[in-house]
Design a protein around this ligand. Structure first.
Ligand SMILES: *Cc1c(COP(=O)(O)O)cnc(C)c1O
Ligand SMILES: [Zn+2]
Length: 447
């Protein structure tokens, strides 16, 4: 473990340190010294072509760990001493869809969506949860805990239940989508809704883990980021180890963008790939601390904001991993953009109309891409991948409100009105009459 601030190296962070460096307070990251040239260390530097072959080969195996899209890449994530401690729900191996209609409307011919919402609990959080929770299991903890905007708690509760462990969830009252809350309950978590926002839940939990023997599974836990690297490996593998030109990711607490960046840097270092994709991070306008930081100080300082957006998964004003994300944006030549509530809603409807769907926070990627295209920062010939982070059923209230026309205030819609009207598909209530149904069918066919 190396501190990302002062580069101090330690074996295993102590719990009371809360995964923050005692010297400088910064976050740790997992590093593999043996991957440097000339190292004699125990974990050998993986051989690129042998690894590519082995990872593919494991897809046909019946072993639990091999069937996981995270653990089949285990040479890239040495987080356990003993592989029998792996807790898996067969996460990962998510689909990469080509977006043909949206490609036309954005002018990007080769546009893809890596759908992390197709994970066992419906979000990308599973990829990081399987690694960090397996570590907690190996360390012998009975309790795990997280503060969450919803998806982390759903993932943690599920994996804890699989391992026979107990889980404590702190969520902001009234600011979490029902789908996610219902999962935490279903998987048996002790679920506490605190009268505060996400950032307030983090403050409370930071104190709780100092006083009680519970293992912290927020994304300050560097083992989560190791698992969250694997979608990047899957993307590279899907393109025969030629990375896309641009990867676009939503930004909340900024762990995901950090993990994906780490993966692409490591892949290049190991000779698995020869290029880096640009990695761009998109935030909601009213939950935009990173966007502001990049504008005002080139990412040198970050002022926390009071976050409000209907995309609850990215409603975060004081992101833990912001320094890591800044490095990834700068090292890959990517951008940070912000998008408004109506832009997010429209983008979500467009992704839905491709038969794919996603939760609101994921749709910022498409809304952000449109902005980057307008600004000339993405060219039509580039191969672009949008990272869709959550499943559309996570927040069906949002979707229904959009299609009924109840979601957005007129002043939020502004010039987007015509585009939004085209995408709205409200359910029509009718008497049970064949003629009425045929009339609706005719009307729709004529549109
Ligand atoms: C957690 C989450 C995000 C934000 O990811 P960070 O790593 O916190 O930046 C975005 N979308 C969904 C659906 C999420 O669950
Ligand atoms: Zn430090």
């Amino acid at each position: 473990m190396r501190c990302t601030g002062c580069a101090r190296v330690i074996e295993q962070p102590e719990l009371k340190e809360n995964f923050r460096c005692v010297e400088c307070g910064d976050l740790y990251e997992v590093v593999y010294p043996s991957w440097s040239a000339g190292s004699q260390a125990e974990i050998r530097k993986p051989n690129a072509s042998a690894m590519r072959w082995l990872w593919k080969e494991r897809c046909g195996s019946n072993a639990e760990a091999d069937q996981s899209g995270v653990w089949r890449f285990r040479e890239m994530l040495h987080v356990l001493r003993d592989e029998s401690n792996i807790v898996t729900l067969r996460e990962g191996n998510t689909p990469l869809y080509q977006l043909r209609k949206v490609a036309e409307s954005t002018g990007i011919e080769q546009l893809f969506a890596k759908h992390q919402g197709m994970n066992p609990t419906g979000s990308f959080k599973d990829a990081g949860m399987t690694t960090a929770l397996s570590v907690a299991h190996e360390l012998g903890f009975d309790w795990v805990a997280c503060a969450s905007t919803g998806n982390t708690s759903a993932a943690m509760a599920a994996y804890a239940a699989r391992a026979g462990m107990r889980s404590l969830v702190l969520i902001p009252e009234g600011k979490i989508a029902w789908g996610k809350l219902s999962q935490a309950m279903d998987y048996g978590a002790l679920t506490l809704q605190l009268r505060t926002d996400f950032d307030g839940c983090v403050r409370v939990l930071t104190e709780v883990v100092k006083r009680a023997p519970v293992y912290l599974l927020n994304s300050v836990n560097p083992y989560r980021l190791e698992g969250q690297k694997t979608p990047a490996l899957e993307i590279a593998e899907a393109f025969d180890w030629e990375v896309p030109d641009h990867l676009i990711v939503p930004g909340g607490n900024l762990a995901n963008s950090s993990a994906l960046g780490k993966a692409f840097l490591e892949m290049k270092h190991l000779g698995l790939t020869t290029q880096l994709p640009k990695i761009s991070v998109i935030q909601a306008e009213k939950a935009n601390p990173l966007f502001r930081s990049m504008q005002e100080s080139c990412g040198k300082t970050l002022e926390p904001v009071e976050a409000t957006t209907r995309a609850t998964a990215i409603r975060i004003g004081n992101p833990a991993s912001w320094k890591k994300a800044v490095r990834v944006i700068q090292q890959t030549g990517g951008y940070c953009e912000q998008v408004g509530e109506a832009e997010i809603a429209l983008a979500k409807a467009e992704i839905g109309a491709e038969g794919i769907g996603c939760e609101p926070a994921s749709a910022v990627t498409l809304a952000g891409l449109k902005k980057l295209v307008q600004q000339g920062k993405v060219q039509s010939g580039e191969r672009v991948v949008l990272l869709l982070t959550g499943h559309t059923l996570k927040d069906s209230d949002y979707t229904i409100a959009y299609h009924r026309g109840d979601l957005l205030k007129p002043e939020e819609i502004g010039e987007l009105r015509p585009e939004i009207e085209v995408t709205r598909r409200n359910a029509v209530e009718l008497d049970a009459s064949v003629d009425l149904v045929l009339r609706e069918l005719e009307r729709a066919a004529g549109q």
